[in-house]
Ligand binder design. Structure first.
Ligand SMILES: NC(=O)c1ccc[n+]([C@@H]2O[C@H](COP(=O)([O-])OP(=O)(O)OC[C@H]3O[C@@H](n4cnc5c(N)ncnc54)[C@H](OP(=O)(O)O)[C@@H]3O)[C@@H](O)[C@H]2O)c1
Length: 264
């Protein structure tokens, strides 16, 4: 396996305006990567690129678009790849909403599928064309520990992250001999804007498996460098992700339902 190179190459990071995506932008800029950043909040993206350009002397480009809009992933790729070879795609944008599925607004649940699944699929497909032709490149898809089992009250979100994990692992195998790396990053609970939007509880240092966004992004980049197919940052999150595999599935759902009802 060739050494993974960052310096002077271009990365496209989705959901870069805050949280784990912003941490990716900072980590990649510190390694000398030029950045195309996308999210809806243009002001935040511009403030971040201004700062990173001065701090690291990198080149940047901002694409303010809503990934839930049909055609947005294609438009983002068209703008990002215009005159640039994208060496690394970080499919990070994502969100979910907590609650009983039948009570959640249907359009919001559909937007979870559009951003967490459809956009990831479309951008990966577009990116792979050039990466495979060049015989190098990487795709880092942000999944979650929620990918390892269904989650009552986060049904759509957990199912969307299971898609990201399975999809990424299959693409890892399909593309590794072509020189293209694919990683699923599966964070546990990380303090970001996610919790407020999702309506899930506060995350602090007392939360089991707690990691900062910067630690999560670093774990993802280390996995990419090593050519891993997935990574779960933190030993507690790793053990928890596999703790249910031997249980009968209905028993696991009943136990998770009970546990979640206690906290929600
Ligand atoms: N935080 C956690 O505990 C945790 C755990 C496991 C996995 N994850 C995953 O980590 C990833 C990053 O989330 P985060 O925790 O960093 O949350 P966050 O702070 O809320 O960041 C989410 C990012 O996605 C962007 N985004 C949201 N909706 C979008 C849309 N419709 N179109 C374009 N961009 C959109 C947001 O930017 P704008 O609002 O400016 O558009 C923001 O930059 C997600 O895939 C999430 O599922 C998070």
């Amino acid at each position: 396996m060739k050494r993974w190179e960052y310096k002077g190459r271009w990365a496209l990071v989705t959901g870069a305006s805050t949280g784990i995506g912003e941490a990716f932008a900072r980590s990649l800029a510190a390694r000398g990567m030029h950045l195309v950043l996308t999210a809806r909040r243009e002001d935040r993206l511009r403030a971040l690129t201004d700062e990173l350009t001065v701090a690291h002397g990198i080149r940047t480009h901002v694409i303010p678009l809503d990934l839930a809009e049909p055609g947005a992933p294609e438009e983002i790729w068209r703008q990002a790849a215009d005159g640039r070879e994208i060496h690394l795609l970080v499919n990070n944008a994502g969100f979910g909403f907590q609650g009983a599925f039948h009570e959640l607004p249907r359009d919001r649940e559909v937007s979870v599928v559009q951003v967490n699944i459809t956009a990831v699929l479309e951008l990966a497909h577009l990116a792979l064309q050039g990466m495979r032709a060049r015989g190098e490149g990487g795709i880092l898809n942000v999944a979650s520990v929620a990918a390892f089992q269904p989650l009552p009250t986060l049904a759509t979100y957990a199912a969307s992250k299971a898609f990201v994990l399975y999809f990424s692992e299959a693409l890892w195998e399909e593309n590794r001999r072509a020189g293209v790396r694919v990683v699923a990053l599966c964070p546990g609970r990380t303090p970001t804007g996610f919790q407020e939007r999702a309506g899930t509880g506060i995350v602090d240092r007392s939360t089991p498996g707690f990691k900062l966004p910067a630690e999560v992004a670093e774990a993802g980049l280390r996995a990419l460098e090593k050519g891993r197919s997935y990574v779960i940052p933190g030993a507690v999150n790793y053990v928890n992700s596999f703790s249910g595999v031997l249980l009968p599935r209905q028993l696991l759902m009943r136990m998770l339902g009970k546990l979640i009802r206690r906290f929600v």
